[in-house]
Design a binder for this molecule. Structure first.
Ligand code: CA
Length: 225
């Protein structure tokens, strides 16, 4: 899952970026409103976090409003130092989906992000399920046919993306854009390598069961039973 973070306070930005990356998210972090808007128009983000007060000609609410007007559908979370009711209403009217008042705890931020991510595609599903696979984003647990499977954070992130887009063909480019941030060095075979890791953990040990990660020749990959 790829996150855009627009935050001008270096300490907060660095802590949030590092923390989310440890949780397996790919994070692009920028620090002013104008750059923030240019990034916020990219449809590849799965979640956008905007600080409200930003240097430059646009604040977080302007970015939310303009990104929505340009068709950005990703959930938007606004960070702000202020927490009055009016502020909240204004934030939500701008097209933001949620609102977090500073100072916030990192665990609350992660919980909000996870709640936003599960809103549209799978309403109310805390645990993602597909065929005999389950993935619990809040506990970082995966099972197949009831057996726990240990995944690295990147493998987990890749499987989560597949499960949120089950039965859809995902190109290598789409996968790279959602799982790695723009600074990551992604070699042409990186996706194949990670698909290989996932298959060795999810499909190979379950030889009596159908392989779930399918190659769609010439297009990409698909989670399908
Ligand atoms: Ca700020």
């Amino acid at each position: 899952m790829k996150v855009l973070l627009v935050e001008d306070e270096d300490k907060i930005a660095a802590a949030v970026k590092r923390g989310l990356e440890l949780k397996g998210y790919a994070v692009d972090a920028v620090t002013d409103g104008d750059t923030g808007l240019s990034y916020a128009l990219d449809p590849d983000y799965d979640v956008i976090i905007l600080d409200r007060m930003l240097p430059g000609s646009l604040d977080g609410l302007d970015i939310a409003r303009k990104a929505r007007a340009e068709g950005q559908k990703a959930p938007i979370l606004i960070l702000t130092a202020r927490g009055s009711i009016d502020d909240k209403v204004e934030g939500l009217n701008s097209g933001a989906d949620d609102y977090l008042v500073k100072p916030f705890s990192f665990s609350e931020l992660v919980a909000r992000i996870q709640a936003l991510l599960r809103r549209p595609p799978i309403p109310n599903a805390t645990v993602l399920k597909y065929a005999d696979l389950t993935l619990d984003p809040s506990r970082y647990e995966v099972t197949r046919a009831g057996k726990p499977i240990k995944l690295s954070s990147k493998e987990f992130s890749l499987l989560e993306y597949f499960m949120r887009h089950a039965e859809q063909i995902l190109t290598k480019e789409t996968i790279i854009n959602h799982i790695w941030n723009e600074d990551a060095i992604v070699m042409p075979n990186t996706v194949e390598v990670y698909i290989g890791y996932l298959r060795s953990k999810l499909d190979k040990p379950f030889s009596g069961k159908p392989a779930l990660i399918k190659t769609v020749r010439g297009f990409g990959y698909k989670l399908s039973s």
